[in-house]
Design a protein around this ligand. Sequence first.
Ligand SMILES: CC(C)(COP(=O)(O)OP(=O)(O)OC[C@H]1O[C@@H](n2cnc3c(N)ncnc32)[C@H](O)[C@@H]1OP(=O)(O)O)[C@@H](O)C(=O)NCCC(=O)NCCS
Length: 193
Amino acid sequence: MLEDYPKEVTLQDGFKLTLRPMTKYDFDGLYRFFVSLAEFDRKHLRNDTQSRVLIENWCRELDHDKVLPILAEIDGKIIANATLHRETHGWSKHIGEIRMTISPQYQQKGLGFLLVNEIVNLGEKVGLEKITAWVVTSRDYVIKLFEQNNFVPVSTLKNYVKTIHDGCYQDVVILVKDLKPLSAQSAFRGDEK
Ligand SMILES: CC(C)(COP(=O)(O)OP(=O)(O)OC[C@H]1O[C@@H](n2cnc3c(N)ncnc32)[C@H](O)[C@@H]1OP(=O)(O)O)[C@@H](O)C(=O)NCCC(=O)NCCS
C-alpha cells in the first residue's frame, strides 16, 4: 500500500515536494509545522494542535491501520499533513475519514486538491467503500474543494461542534465520497426483504 512512497510531486507554480508516510520520529517536525499555522486556520481545526503532548501522543501511538498520515515536505520541512482515519472494527470499518492541513504559504497552489486525491487513492487501496470529510460550514472554499473531488454534502449538523479557542457552536457539514458504486458496496442490507 505504501510502496509508492516517498513520492516527488510538483505544484502548479513549480514547487517540488516529497510525499511520504509519517513515522514515530516526526514529532519535532510535525510540532513545528502545527505551531507555524495561521491563527485563522488553527481556529477551525478539530484538535488543539498547539499542544506538544497531543502531537507527541499522535507520534507515539502511530498505527497506520487506524490513522495513516501522509506528510508533504520541502527541503526536509513539513508543509502539510493529510490523514486517513479508519475504524479497525464495527459498523464503520468500510468508512474512512480525511483530514488535512497545509502551511499558509503553500495554500492555493493545488496541494489541497492533490492531497485529497492521494488520500482517496489510499482509501481505495485498503478496500474502503466511502470516505467522509467533516467541515465547518463557514469554510465555503474547503467544502468546494471536496465537492470538486466528487464528495457530496449529505448532512449538516446544526450547532454541533465547538471551536476550541472560544467554545462557540459551529454548524458542520458531512461530505461523502463513494469509492465503489452503491450497487457493489454491501452484500446485505438489513432493511431489504
Ligand atoms: C483546506 C486546505 C487544505 C485547502 O488547501 P489548498 O492547497 O489551499 O487547496 P487548493 O490549492 O487545492 O485549492 C482548492 C480550491 O480552494 C480555493 N482556496 C484555497 N484556499 C483558499 C482561501 N484561503 N480563500 C479562498 N479560496 C481558497 C482555491 O483557490 C481552489 O479553488 P479553485 O479550484 O476555484 O481555484 C487549506 O486551506 C488548509 O490547510 N486549511 C486549514 C485546515 C483546514 O481547514 N482543513 C480542512 C478540514 S479537512
